[in-house]
Design a protein around this ligand. Structure first.
Ligand code: GDP
Ligand code: MG
Length: 299
């Protein structure tokens, strides 16, 4: 018999784009594994991060945004993925931005009504609220709309009240032995993470100019000897987008490449050779087959 009961379970983080889900997850995990930026919809994958303590292990699932527009295949994929994640976890964190309530939040809330597991309401960005007494009526209004298991005001950016949130999460996990070895913070391999790093540099460099249909594919990933060689392709939809990413005399692509290489070297703790190409894949976001070939499938 074990003296100490160990808890382990799955937690979905859900909320409209830009409420701070990635920032929150990165803070909890203490290592950057997903992309944050001002531009919504940068998290395109379900990212599984594992946080292990002496008494619990929490497996966080960062769901892709739930999108109102469902015109293209990629939006359909993201909606399906978000739906299936919600039916397969022990707890849901519904993240909202303090004092803000939009139609998109409303759409996420509608999905939550079908959820059978407990939901914690995480009110993020409280650092932006000057008069904290305003929070109470805001929280009360939301609590009338849905039965939340608890409400936790936090600031993901300034690490306010995150310890409390983590405690509230851990105590709601079912009794289980840990599913992952203790030192494992992510089940994503370095190949995937390299693509994410390149994508993040693209987002940082191009901001609003970067179409969200842009994808990064790792063509070859060769580990060996003292250097890792990575060959990657950035897929865009138009000639104009390609020109923007490459920049004058290739300057922009070079800058993206060298910043990405520096971060990948840090992650791998070794030398990296990175080759980036930009290719046009016309209208691919409308093509389910192209999605599958890139690995965006629900199965
Ligand atoms: P996501 O789309 O929900 O994953 O949101 P992100 O984590 O990418 O965050 C969107 C933006 O909100 C970024 O610019 C973050 O720096 C910012 N942000 C996140 N959390 C906070 C917070 O607690 N306070 C403030 N002021 N900004 C935040
Ligand atoms: Mg995100």
């Amino acid at each position: 018999m074990n003296d100490i009961e160990f808890r382990c379970g799955f937690v979905a983080i859900i909320g409209r784009p830009n409420v701070g889900k990635s920032t929150l997850l990165n803070h909890i995990l203490g290592q950057k594994i997903s992309i944050t930026s001002r531009k919504p919809q940068t998290t395109r994958h379900q990212i599984l991060g594992v946080k292990t303590s002496a008494t619990s292990q929490v497996i966080y699932v960062d769901t892709p945004g739930i999108h109102k527009r469902r015109s293209t295949a990629i939006n359909r994929y993201m909606n399906r993925a978000a739906g299936s994640v919600l039916s397969d976890v022990d707890l849901v964190l519904f993240v909202v931005q303090a004092m803000k309530w939009t139609e998109e939040d409303e759409a996420v809330l509608a999905r939550l009504k079908e959820v059978k597991v407990p939901v914690l309401l995480v009110v993020n960005k409280i650092d932006k609220v000057g008069d904290k007494s305003e929070l109470l009526p805001y929280i009360e209004k939301l609590s009338e709309m849905c039965q939340f298991d608890a409400v936790i005001p936090v600031s993901a950016l300034h690490a306010e009240n995150i310890d409390q949130l983590e405690a509230d999460v851990s105590e709601r996990m079912p009794e289980n032995a840990p599913f992952f070895p203790e030192d494992q913070i992510t089940n994503r391999n370095v190949r995937f993470l390299s693509a994410e790093i390149i994508r993040e540099k693209l987002v940082r460099e191009l901001g609003q100019e970067l179409p969200y249909t842009t994808t990064v594919e790792i063509d070859r990933f060769e580990e060996g000897g003292s250097i890792t060689r990575i060959f990657a392709t950035i897929y865009v939809e138009t000639r104009g987008q390609k020109a923007i990413i490459i920049g004058r005399k290739g300057a922009r692509l070079k800058s993206i490449g060298s910043k990405a290489r520096a971060d990948i070297e840090k992650m791998l703790d070794g030398k990296v050779y990175l080759e980036l190409w930009v290719k046009i894949r016309e209208g691919w976001s409308n093509d389910e087959r192209a999605l599958a070939s890139l690995g965006y499938t629900n199965e």
